[in-house]
Design a protein around this ligand. Structure first.
Ligand code: UN1
Length: 509
């Protein structure tokens, strides 16, 4: 082990202990955690045994029964405190995110900022859980809708946003009066342990938080299944691959539980002749290469008008060949490592397939950093020019591959953009208002997110986040996403002395 490697394990230890995680939870277990930075083992996390998980689910159910009666603005105060803990530890937790996922430091800090933002949003929301009053057709009657807490909310999260996605769900679920059970990715249990420790800090400052209000299940898919099949969990929010969604959704449907699914994306940007190309170039670079292409919002397809194609692609090639691939802790680095070997292999597999389809490929090769082990996987991002949207382009490969296609008419570009199974994010680069509005209209992009003159990734928490088709249809974080974490009751109140029946029905006894 080199000095650099042993110091990384030491740093993980220091960060976790500063964040309040007990050493026994990550030194004596059999879930091996490697940092993608060097490939070395940095922790051995104790997995949650199924019997312990079942007890945790029961505790969460008991906690819900108490928490639902705490006034919502007080529940909001717990989330305000969580936000404060996160603010105090943004650099500690952010650095741990970088070491565990391989994303840049500014992206690691950005992820924690996203958590703080949703806490602020949810704390405000705790005073705005509002329902409508509806005009009744009957005299001396009033109708209204009331929103009630739902129960225990399950959260299954992925490695690439190991903590922000939990916070989108947990912050809303908790102010809505629910308990939360979290099954993080097996690849990123350390940031989950740290987040749980910060939650517990906030809870002890709050005072009267029922035991089991927010619990963590660390381990493999078996624990996820336990959560999905638990009859006391009326809602599961699951983020990950479409394959995972296929496993989870039918089980939830089978017991009539709700699902918020945030699955694969295959996001495209259309670049029109009037586009500001300097701005577009920067936006494309960030969306396609940021987080080493491992965001669900990553730009994977670029559809460029034929008149600007050569110019834009030449400029992009320069960027792809010069962008610094390296240690994400270094200031100049823009592309960190892939999460693991499987990701690297999936990338090479897709590139080979594209090559066999006649693609022209710039980049895509493995980059070996000095001092890293064979188990670390750095790659130069790949720019892949194709003449047609072949099968490989329609698939989500979770790696920095940008497929580039040419178009002539905007209708054709929109058709290409929509002609994939996924429907998460999309953008158009244009200064032409007709093109922009068409893209945003009912006949334009079919995605949950459609942007103008910004890239496909890097959404703010204020909007509802999620997408259509194989992306799963769920919406998380902002706007009125909170409604999914509550049950709606319609109330009709008769304050008169008669009993008129709706629809004029007569029933005299
Ligand atoms: C994800 O990749 O699962 O919009 C979430 C973005 C981030 C969230 C990505 N705010 O890119």
């Amino acid at each position: 082990m080199t000095t650099e490697q042993s110091s990384l394990a030491q740093e993980v230890h220091d960060l976790l202990s500063r964040l309040g995680v007990s050493e026994s939870t990550y030194t004596q277990g059999d879930l091996i955690v490697r940092t993608p930075l060097t490939g070395q083992v940095v922790a051995r996390v104790v997995k949650t045994k199924p019997a312990v998980a079942s007890e945790a689910l029961a505790a969460a159910q008991r906690a819900f029964l108490t928490w639902r009666s705490v006034p919502a603005p007080q529940r909001g105060d717990l989330i305000r405190l969580l936000g404060e803990e996160l603010r105090a530890e943004i650099s500690t937790l952010g650095r741990l995110v970088t070491i565990e996922t391989g994303k840049l430091l500014s992206e690691g800090f950005g992820e924690v900022q996203e958590m703080i933002d949703i806490c602020v949003f949810a704390a405000g929301l705790s005073r705005q859980l509002i329902g409508l009053t509806i005009a009744s057709e009957r005299a001396h009657h009033r109708m209204m809708e009331t929103w009630h807490p739902l129960g225990v909310v399950g959260v299954i999260s992925a490695f690439n946003f190991p903590v922000a996605v939990w916070s989108w769900n947990a912050a809303l679920a908790l102010v809505c009066g629910n308990a939360v059970v979290w099954k993080p990715s097996e690849k990123t249990p350390l940031t989950a342990l740290a987040t749980q420790a910060l939650f517990e800090r906030a809870a002890s400052k709050f005072g009267d938080v029922p035991l089991g209000l927010s619990v963590l299940l660390v381990g493999d898919a078996q624990l996820g299944q336990l959560l999905v099949d638990c009859p006391h969990v009326p809602l599961v929010s699951a983020t990950g691959s479409t394959v995972m969604g296929h496993a989870v959704a039918p089980r939830l449907a089978g017991r009539f539980a709700r699902a918020i699914l945030e699955l694969g994306g295959n996001n495209a940007a259309i670049v029109c002749p009037s586009a500001d190309l300097d701005l577009a170039l920067r936006a494309i670079a960030f969306s396609a290469m940021g987080t080493a292409g491992q965001r669900c919002t990553t730009l994977r397809r670029l559809i460029v008008h034929e008149t600007i194609y050569d110019d834009l692609v030449a400029r992009l090639k320069k960027v792809y060949l010069s962008v610094v691939v390296g240690d994400p802790r270094d200031a100049g680095t823009l592309v960190g490592p892939l999460i693991d070997e499987r990701s690297f292999e999936a990338m090479q597999y897709a590139l080979n397939e594209a090559r066999n389809q006649g693609a022209k490929i710039t980049g895509g090769e493995r980059v070996v950093l000095e001092g890293s082990l064979d188990e670390s996987f750095y790659v130069r991002p790949a720019l892949v020019e194709l003449t047609q949207q072949v099968e490989v382009v329609k698939r989500e490969t979770f790696a920095p591959i940008l497929y580039v296609l040419k178009y002539r008419e905007l209708d054709e570009a929109i058709k290409l953009q929509n002609d994939v199974p996924q429907g998460l994010s999309s953008s158009i680069f244009t200064l032409n208002v007709r093109e922009a509005e068409l893209f945003l209209s009912a006949t334009g992009s079919d995605c949950g997110i459609a942007n103008v003159n910004i890239g496909t990734s890097g959404a703010e928490i204020g909007g509802a986040f999620g997408g259509e088709k194989e992306t799963g249809g769920g919406r998380e974080s902002g706007s009125d996403a909170w409604k999914q974490y509550m049950r709606r009751a319609t109330n009709t109140i008769n304050y008169g002395v008669e009993l008129p029946l709706a629809q004029g029905v007569s029933f005299e006894i």
